[in-house]
Design a protein around this ligand. Structure first.
Ligand SMILES: C[S@@+](CC[C@H](N)C(=O)[O-])C[C@H]1O[C@@H](n2cnc3c(N)ncnc32)[C@H](O)[C@@H]1O
Length: 164
């Protein structure tokens, strides 16, 4: 498997222009075709990928090079630990969960936002989008259809301090 074998999926690549770090949660399923490949192509210098799939993470380590941090861990424990420690954050956080975990993501959206300096890109059923409520810190800025058949989209949230 090589980077050139991947078929990059829809992603809000324009956001990456003002990002220097990225976190791909649930990042290994398609070897990064949904999100990591876009960060690679945008020359994001600090990228961290978290997934429970040992084999795919191992393949990705040879695809993306030594500068990438690939973490074998369960997002449902890793995210609360890191968010509550308040030490680490990334400019853009992609949350590309399998559909059976969309509900977990919505139930933990505050923790997911706490990890991001600028943007959160959340994969979700369209029917769940109205669970979002803008806050003093975060607002919903865009939505991109990923699968019109399954009614799945990428929802883009932006930290208000990014406003010019
Ligand atoms: C839709 S795929 C992600 C595709 C990935 N973003 C890409 O571009 O290749 C979902 C991924 O979630 C991972 N996964 C499922 N449950 C997980 C959990 N609790 N913690 C971490 N990863 C998990 C699976 O191993 C799978 O790789």
């Amino acid at each position: 498997m090589k980077l050139s074998d991947l078929k990059p999926n829809v992603y809000p690549t324009d956001l990456l222009e003002d990002c220097t770090s990225g976190l791909c949660l649930f990042g290994a399923g398609f070897y990064g075709a949904n999100d990591a490949i876009h960060m690679h192509n945008a020359n994001i210098s600090h990228v961290t990928v978290v997934d429970t799939d040992t084999e795919k993470l191992a393949v990705m380590s040879s695809m993306y090079g030594p500068g990438w941090i690939l973490i074998l861990n369960d997002v449902t424990t890793w995210v609360p630990n890191i968010a509550n420690s308040g030490v680490l954050s990334w400019d853009i956080v992609s949350v590309d969960a399998p559909a059976n975990m969309f509900d977990w993501c919505w139930n933990n959206i505050d923790l997911l936002c706490a990890l991001a300096n600028k943007y959160v890109v959340l994969t979700t059923y369209d029917s769940m989008v109205d669970r979002w409520v803008n806050t003093d810190e975060w607002r919903f800025v865009a939505i991109y259809s990923r699968s019109s058949k399954e009614l799945i989209s990428l929802m883009v949230l932006e930290r208000n301090s990014c406003l010019n």
